[in-house]
Design a protein around this ligand. Structure first.
Ligand SMILES: [Ca+2]
Ligand SMILES: [Ca+2]
Length: 102
């Protein structure tokens, strides 16, 4: 049986390909695919960002090889960046819980 981390990696790959295969090249996300993925899978993180330019900005930031699409390697950097931000919030949350207990 796969471990939690192995399952998390598998989910990452599955989710990426679910959206990447909707249009055009099945190994990369175009702007519309990226927008669909973010709205459906990252709604909690992006709810506060109402700016319609956000997708364009994220797309530009992620597209490190400049081909106008987001491949898996580029997509992973988004997940890593968000995970790092979440881990910081998680630590603050744990710290504040610790303080309340004392
Ligand atoms: Ca595609
Ligand atoms: Ca790219």
């Amino acid at each position: 049986m796969p471990s939690d981390l192995e399952r998390a990696m598998e989910m990452l790959i599955t989710v990426f390909h679910r959206y990447a295969s909707k249009e055009g090249g099945s190994a990369s996300l175009n702007r519309r695919e990226l927008k669909m993925l973010m709205e459906a899978e990252l709604g909690t993180f992006l709810k506060s960002q109402k700016d319609p330019a956000t997708v364009d900005r994220i797309m530009r930031d992620l597209d490190s090889n400049g081909d106008g699409e987001v491949n898996f390697e580029e997509f992973v950097s988004l997940v890593v960046g968000l995970s790092i931000a979440c881990e910081q919030i998680y630590r603050l949350h744990m710290q504040s819980k610790g303080v309340k207990k004392q």
